[in-house]
Design a protein around this ligand. Structure first.
Ligand code: SF4
Length: 204
């Protein structure tokens, strides 16, 4: 999909007190530095060819969860995690409730926040609702996935994506050290393959 006029970027106004969730894992080492909770938000209208998470595209699928509930889910993990990674789907199509979640999380716990978005940096900073999420983010990885420029390193799925260190909490080396993928076994025995490059493990 080609770049869009930033002025035409549509940020969906959803209920500020709830998010549509695709998935959640309490502990991952392949979605940012250290052990992190990962929240995948449901819904993405950007349509990057070759996206390996098409199940996260329909905006009304997944689970609806209140900001209160998600905050408790992350905060209950306590000192066992270094931070929260938010991915999707397209998290910034739920910018208002996402901002509410991250703002409250930052007040409550010293967790770092990494945010993946398919919007470019220029699109994010040109749209007030999306830009207002940035004060609560340590690292933003921005831009469409471009299969022709596949990279799968340093948390960037393709070389056109840009990384923005919004605080001094992390540097490039921290992201380069993150494993490309991992396989996690859930409490009910379910298998989750995650990370920036699941095909690295021979799984699609
Ligand atoms: S922005 Fe992300 S979830 Fe959306 S189509 Fe692109 S790669 Fe897939």
């Amino acid at each position: 999909m080609g770049a869009r006029d930033p002025g035409a970027v549509k940020v969906e106004a959803r209920h500020a007190g709830a998010l549509r969730v695709h998935d959640f894992v309490a502990r991952s080492r392949a979605n940012g530095p250290g052990v992190r909770a990962v929240l995948w938000l449901q819904g993405c209208s950007l349509g990057c060819p070759g996206c390996f998470n098409p199940g996260a595209h329909p905006r009304d699928a997944g689970e609806r969860a209140s900001v209160d509930e998600l905050l408790a889910r992350v905060a209950d993990l306590g000192a066992g995690i270094e931070g929260l990674t938010v991915s999707g789907g397209e998290p910034l199509e739920q910018a208002r409730p996402l901002r509410a979640l991250l703002e409250r999380l930052r007040r409550r716990a010293p967790l770092s926040v990494i945010l993946f978005t398919g919007f470019t940096w220029e699109e994010v900073t040109a749209a007030a609702e999306m830009a207002h999420v940035l004060p609560f983010v340590d690292v933003l990885v921005a831009g469409r996935y471009d299969a022709a420029r596949r990279l799968a390193r340093g948390l960037r799925g393709s070389a056109n994506k840009t990384t923005h260190f919004l605080t001094d909490r992390y540097a490039e080396d921290d992201l380069e050290a993150v494993p490309a993928a991992e396989i996690a076994i859930g409490p009910a025995g379910e298998v989750l393959v995650t990370g920036i490059d699941p095909p690295h493990l021979g799984v699609r």
